[in-house]
Design a protein around this ligand. Structure first.
Ligand code: BES
Ligand code: MN
Ligand code: ZN
Length: 496
């Protein structure tokens, strides 16, 4: 999709469709009032007759509106003006984009970015509008033999700002929205690809491709032999059960010459999680192709940051492997030595995410990180606790946790913090090794984070459990692209 930014009166737009908002009940937004004025009260008459009262979800498409040079005028219900919050704004933008796409208009000028949202500036509104538009129109059809070709597809959306003065700012917000939108699309694509295509080797190739698109990105791929030399016994204990070789992928973004410490993102890249010898039940096991969504979010975030050319350093580290049962697979009770030197008794081979992340986190030390944030579809318990609405957040540094919670709020991609108290650590005690890889039924999300915390002693660290947020099940099954909005917002906020 092409996006554009503009200021100017609705009656002067020579376009296929002008989109404006109507509030409940029967109140015109400012751009709608302008149309009403040039059309001899065409809109207010229509609304008085009861064709539309402005409830959210309503849409009315008008042709040949007097005084207008656009082919169409689309009225979008925005609900009560007082109640127009972040969530309502996104819903209204999504409705308008969906409707615009259905009209047969090739392009349109959308005035909904001029709505007033409490506490949000033009930057935010434009950025969110572009991201929401991309999100709404996303389709994953590359594996369908017959694609649904649209006869008259929507090609370009122009969003507006009230005056010329806001244009430069709006332009930069548009670029940000576009870059983040593209990052989200990349994340969703990698997540949606099935595990027979999206293997660790495939992810490594995709990283190399990304490196070709942006000169600011440097790619490095470690093979199993390299990992063995580094002593990554924990990561290799997971990959040893699979014919697909594991890869440790690093994507390094240098946006500033200054020797500033990087933000390091570590993404769980289990391209398929059968559970291993502690095998999972059959129901919905197909969804374990999404067990690399943490990795996919690192791809998406690095690509967004590179597209925005942000003056900051970011490193993405992706341990990628399958978790399979086989004659070479890890057996419950096996003990391995991690790169940190700490030993782990693997009581359940299905708690594999933490086993690959811990070695990747130790590896992260070599980048002298400002902070380390790991992103992982780590525990079913997190889905039970928070559902599909919030990612779980645990951290050894409260200011970092605050920053991430705020970024999630701002981006509409929220997280919720759980405690990382010492009391929980003892659940990982093992009679045979330094620790076990599971902590029993209670507080599963927290004990998983406790395990990781033992590999984060040397830096400020936060863990995002995205088991509930990374994909949707049922009729809308597919990757969501979360938490790329949160991560990119967090990185943007580090600049000012
Ligand atoms: N990838 C799963 C977590 C998961 C399960 C995410 C279901 C989304 C939906 C992870 O590797 C796993 O299997 N975790 C186990 C840990 C347990 C064995 C301690 C879990 O949550 O059951
Ligand atoms: Mn598992
Ligand atoms: Zn897993």
């Amino acid at each position: 999709m092409d996006f554009n930014i503009k200021s100017g009166d609705p009656e002067k737009q020579r376009t296929a469709c002008v989109v404006v908002g109507i509030f409940e009940s029967r109140r015109l937004s400012e751009p709608a009032k302008a149309i009403d004025a040039v059309s001899n009260k065409y809109l207010s008459n229509l609304i008085r007759r009861g064709d539309m009262d402005g409830k959210r979800g309503q849409m009315l498409l008008l042709h040949n509106v007097p005084g207008m040079i656009s082919d169409r005028v689309m009225l979008i219900g925005c609900g009560k003006e007082r109640e127009l919050d972040d969530r309502a704004y996104r819903a209204v933008i999504a409705n308008s984009v969906r409707a615009l796409n259905d009209t047969g208009s090739l392009e349109g000028v959308n005035y909904l970015t001029e709505l007033t949202i409490k506490g949000r500036d033009h930057n935010w509104k434009i950025r969110q509008a572009v991201m929401t538009a991309e999100h709404t129109l996303y389709q994953f059809d590359e594996l369908k033999s017959k694609k649904k070709e649209k006869r008259r597809p929507l090609r370009k959306i122009t969003f507006t700002v009230p005056t010329r003065r806001e244009l430069p700012q709006g332009e930069s917000a548009l670029n940000q929205g576009r870059a983040i939108g593209n990052g989200i699309k990349l994340t969703r694509r990698l997540g949606n690809l099935p595990a027979n295509i999206c293997t660790p080797t495939y992810l490594a190739k995709q990283a190399v491709e990304l490196g070709k698109s942006y000169r600011s990105l440097t790619i490095d791929v470690l093979e199993e032999a390299d990992m063995k030399k580094l002593g990554m016994g924990s990561l290799l204990s997971v990959s040893q059960g699979s014919k697909q070789p594991a890869k440790l992928i690093t994507i390094e973004y240098k946006g500033t010459k200054k020797a500033s410490k990087p933000i390091v993102l570590v993404g769980k890249g289990v391209t398929f999680d059968t559970g291993g010898i502690s095998i999972k039940p059959a129901a919905a096991m197909d969804e374990m192709k999404f067990d690399m969504c943490g990795a996919a979010s690192v791809f998406g975030t690095l690509s967004s940051v590179a597209e925005m050319k942000l003056p900051i350093n970011v490193v993405g580290i992706i341990p990628a492997t399958e978790n399979m049962p086989s004659s070479t697979a890890t057996k419950p009770g096996d003990v391995f030595t991690s790169m940190s030197g700490q030993t782990v008794e693997v009581l359940n081979t299905d708690a594999e995410g933490r086993l690959i992340l811990c070695d990747a986190m130790t590896y992260a030390e070599k980048y002298n990180p400002e902070v380390v944030i790991d992103i992982a579809t780590l525990t079913g318990a997190c889905v039970i606790a928070l559902g599909k609405h919030a990612s779980g957040l645990l951290s050894n540094h409260n200011p970092l946790a605050r920053d991430l919670l705020n970024a999630g709020d701002e981006a509409g991609d929220r997280a919720w913090q759980l405690p990382l108290w010492d009391e929980y650590q003892q659940q990982l005690n093992s009679p045979f090794a330094d620790m076990a890889n599971i902590g029993g039924r209670e507080a599963g999300t927290i004990t998983a984070a406790c395990f990781l915390s033992r590999f984060a002693e040397k830096f400020n660290w936060a863990h995002l459990d995205i088991a509930g947020t990374a994909w949707l099940s049922g009729g809308k099954k597919g990757a969501t692209g979360r938490p790329v909005p949160l991560l990119t917002q967090y990185i943007l906020n580090q600049l000012d």
